[in-house]
Design a protein around this ligand. Structure first.
Ligand SMILES: *[C@@H]1O[C@H](CO)[C@@H](O)[C@H](O)[C@H]1NC(C)=O
Ligand SMILES: *[C@@H]1O[C@H](CO)[C@@H](O)[C@H](O)[C@H]1NC(C)=O
Ligand SMILES: *[C@@H]1O[C@H](CO)[C@@H](O)[C@H](O)[C@H]1NC(C)=O
Length: 347
């Protein structure tokens, strides 16, 4: 009652507090409690909404993973891709079969392209094309495969991927990457290389072994020119030497460029060798002179959104399959549940 000390005695008497009855005290207490819980409720709702929005924004913009090109509608899982695997009678049951047991079935349709009908059943969709075998026939095989695919599937899928029978593709990350691209864009995507000057032929191309992908518009443009002997002559030295350089040559003739595939940290998503070669700085002698984009080695070499690896041997395919599809980190699995079965370890 300090503040009253300047008032006259009379006023002081008027302000003197009357003792509250028990009922009045109860009411005051209830009103107070309601007020406090209302205010606390407001504060915690505001706090939760702010935090949730932050997390959502981080996820949608991909900031949390250092990548800015994340689609915001999460629609990447429905991106449609047709994959075809370049193989041969010799490697069909040695290599391609292991793709059919690992990443192959995750494309919307996967065709295994060879030149002969095998004598026992293959557990995947085969496409046999009437071309010779061997390195010098790869370009003819590529042309035949893309022509068949264009004829039968051009309206069914948006994206068309070519891989080798020792390529491993993480289809999920491929879809994620493609979701931010337009299948009508005249570009194609993969590991960007450039023939070094001493080869005497200046051209940028995409590694065939690391896999490359084109949208339906690019496929249509390719098919228009691929048997045109003026623009895309198949008997030249390049055609016999390197199928991927020949592809680049044909596409360049019709104005198709090599699209950007690095992630926002400048790291590669498509790898011309297997991952461990990049981690262990074991990239050989030819690659550095063919590089267009910087490449770092070591554990931070590559994009966390890795799409492909090349020279992957069958056992490694299963290893990658396990690590990319089955392995779960208990701390990261949101749907992780403990199921105690007797004294068993939780699963
Ligand atoms: C392609 O596969 C994805 C993922 O399974 C699916 O969501 C999509 O509907 C498929 N698209 C077509 C055209 O089959
Ligand atoms: C590729 O096909 C063309 C016909 O389009 C043919 O002239 C050529 O000899 C073939 N090349 C090889 C290496 O078989
Ligand atoms: C590549 O890396 C080198 C050394 O780190 C740097 O000097 C150069 O500017 C980089 N080039 C590109 C195109 O980023």
């Amino acid at each position: 009652m300090e503040s009253f000390k300047f008032h006259s005695g009379h006023q002081r008497a008027m302000y003197k507090r009357r003792k509250m009855t028990a009922n009045e005290r109860k009411i005051v207490f209830i009103i107070g409690a309601l007020l406090v819980s209302f205010i606390l409720g407001c504060i915690s709702t505001w706090f939760l909404m702010t935090v949730q929005n932050r997390i959502k924004t981080d996820f949608q913009s991909g900031e949390a993973w250092g990548d800015r090109r994340v689609p915001t509608d999460y629609s990447f899982t429905s991106v449609s891709v047709l994959c075809w695997v370049m193989t041969s009678p010799e490697n069909l049951f040695e290599r391609a079969i292991h793709i059919s047991q690992t990443w192959g079935p995750r494309c919307n349709l996967t065709l295994y392209v060879t030149s002969e009908v095998p004598d026992h059943p293959f557990p995947g969709r085969l496409l046999t094309v009437p071309v010779g075998e061997g390195r010098h026939s790869l370009w003819n095989k590529t042309r035949a495969a893309f022509t068949f695919i264009y004829t039968h599937y051009r309206d069914k899928y948006d994206w068309f991927v070519k891989a080798d029978d020792d390529t491993f593709i993480i289809v999920d990350n491929l879809r994620y990457f493609l979701a931010s691209k337009d299948p009508m864009q005249l570009e194609y995507y993969g590991f960007h290389l450039r023939l070094p000057p001493e080869m005497g032929y200046a051209i940028d191309f995409i590694s065939g072994g690391a896999g490359y992908v084109m949208g339906k518009e690019t496929l249509q443009t390719l098919i228009k020119v691929v048997f045109d002997d003026e623009k895309c002559h198949a008997n030249g030295e390049i055609a016999e030497a390197a199928e991927d350089v020949m592809m680049a040559h044909c596409l360049r003739e019709v104005g198709i460029t090599i699209g950007h595939t690095l992630d926002s940290l400048g790291k590669h998503r498509f790898l011309v060798f297997k991952l461990t070669h990049f981690i262990y700085d074991n990239i050989g002698t030819w690659l550095p002179s063919y590089l267009v984009h910087n490449l770092t080695t070591g554990i931070d070499c590559c994009s966390p959104y890795l799409i492909s690896m090349h020279y992957v041997r069958p056992p490694e395919m299963y290893f990658l399959e396990y690590v990319t599809q089955r392995l779960r980190l208990a701390s990261l699995s949101k749907d992780h549940n403990y199921h105690f079965i007797g004294n068993e370890i939780p699963i």
